[in-house]
Design a binder for this molecule. Structure first.
Ligand SMILES: Cc1ncc(COP(=O)(O)O)c(C=O)c1O
Length: 443
């Protein structure tokens, strides 16, 4: 006999007698401690409830007069799910498309072993927006990177003629590509790797933004190297923007040595950096890119790989697959995420609002030169880094920003990334910056 009972929606959603609307922040924390894996350390004393507008969330904080109760407050979403919600929370165009297709168009769910009509739309939309010849839909961001990795190896053996099992993929130090075994095999982060070995062989790292180190590696092992697999701007590493001429040099070097340039645009794509895809800022074209996050418009996990015929053409039936990659609902969301990127001019807004935010950052840095060491970013992928002193603590900044109605999160001890929705308005940027200024002042 089943011992589970589930009823209701929203606050009334009740699982075995526990009604979600009755839980205080500390009770939520307790349930996560008891019933969940501890692979995250979320901000303390706050639980997001629902959306107010495209950049504003309603969250619950402990009631100061009774910790078993909560109060509700607005918070400005300064992270938008690590760039998964570039189109803004509950983007109306995407939500309408989902509802219409589920209710009126009677959207089916079918696997890839039978064609469905929406796949054509998705492939045309992805190749159209990326300017690539072919695309393969996937689900999570890490899967797009993983498939890129596999395709680079396959191209290495079949086209470049690297001897079997000798292919090398070069990555950049400080990279983040997700949590699969191959992705953490490329990582140099202790927490990501610890006790998860043995790792995928055939991976070597070079320092990011060091063209000489890359050239030395290509000279030394070029005949075995299939690809340089890399983020155009390193997001998780703390928004590390390379020199303006780095990618042009890398692209030329890759061509010289017949090595693929594979870019992970999971975080930098979909207008985030002020261009539809960050590589376009540098006037280069990679052989293959992986996208995720905002490819699903903040509504569903949607990702894909897009690239040249020569690379993606190495796939054969049975060599790759995904139950939900490009299934009808994923396809609709994927198509409309692209439509919104274009129609709502998200890249342009990222450029304009990013410049506004960066001006504020520079003012704050000049006001507090002993606290802020550097500000950096492209478009609305931005960060400020504090000097490396114990009291200049990124986590404390995140906690205090939350007290001032802003959600942002440190990436390392002293760096805080700010990456709001690309639909954000001028006054919201001003509010965000004012909260940061106040928090930095009080440190
Ligand atoms: C550059 C990059 N690649 C891959 C991923 C992994 O995406 P997901 O968490 O959807 O698997 C991320 C996530 O932050 C990312 O920033």
């Amino acid at each position: 006999m089943s011992n589970i009972k589930i009823t209701g929606f929203g606050d009334d959603l009740t699982v075995n007698g526990t009604r979600l609307g009755d839980l205080s922040p500390s009770q939520h924390e307790q349930i996560e401690l008891n019933n969940g894996g501890q692979n995250y350390k979320p901000l303390e004393n706050v639980v997001v409830s629902h959306v107010q507008d495209s950049s504003t969330l309603i969250c619950r904080k402990p009631d100061p007069s009774n910790v078993q109760a909560y109060i509700e407050e607005e918070i400005l979403d300064g992270l938008c799910c690590y760039s998964a919600v570039n189109q803004g929370q509950l983007n109306q165009t995407i939500v309408d498309a989902v509802v219409k297709h589920l209710t009126e168009e009677k959207l089916p769910t079918v696997p890839r072993s039978i064609r469905h009509k929406y796949m054509s739309g998705l492939l045309l939309a992805i190749t159209g927006i990326t300017g690539m010849e072919k695309a393969v839909p996937k689900v999570a961001g890490v899967e797009s990177w993983e498939l890129t990795f596999k395709l680079c190896r396959r191209w290495g053996y079949q086209i470049k003629k690297i001897p079997q099992n000798k292919a090398i993929i070069i990555g950049a130090k400080g990279n983040f590509h997700g949590r699969s075994v191959a992705a953490i095999s490329m990582s140099d982060d202790f927490d990501a790797q610890n006790d998860f070995g043995p790792f995928t062989p055939g991976i070597e790292l070079v320092p990011f933004n060091d063209i000489d180190a890359l050239e030395r590696k290509f000279e030394e092992k070029g005949e075995y190297i299939a690809a340089y697999s890399v983020e155009p701007i390193q997001g998780e590493a703390g928004v590390i923007v390379p020199d303006d001429d780095y990618w042009d040099k890398v692209s030329k070097l890759c061509k010289k040595y017949n090595i693929l340039l594979a870019m992970d645009e999971v975080q930098t794509g979909y207008g985030r950096t002020g261009a539809n895809f960050a590589h376009q800022l540098y006037g280069i074209k990679p052989d293959i890119i992986g996208c995720g996050k905002a490819a699903g418009g903040g509504i569903l996990p949607v990702s894909f790989v897009a690239g040249s015929d020569e690379v993606i053409g190495t796939l054969t039936p049975g060599s790759e697959g995904s139950t939900f990659g490009g299934y009808p609902l994923g396809a609709i969301v994927g198509i409309y995420a692209i439509k919104v990127l274009e129609d709502q001019k998200l890249a342009e807004n990222a450029r304009i609002r990013g410049a506004q935010l960066m001006n504020h950052f520079e003012d704050i840095m000049h006001e507090f030169p002993n606290k802020i060491k550097e500000v950096r970013g492209k478009g609305l992928l931005t960060a400020f880094e504090m000097h490396n002193k114990p009291h200049l603590d990124g986590h404390k900044v995140s906690v205090n920003l939350m007290k001032n109605g802003v959600y942002a999160k440190e990436t390392h001890h002293s760096t805080v990334r700010i990456a709001p929705a690309l639909t954000i308005e001028a006054w919201q940027i001003d509010n965000l910056a004012e909260a940061i200024r106040k928090v930095i002042k009080e440190l």
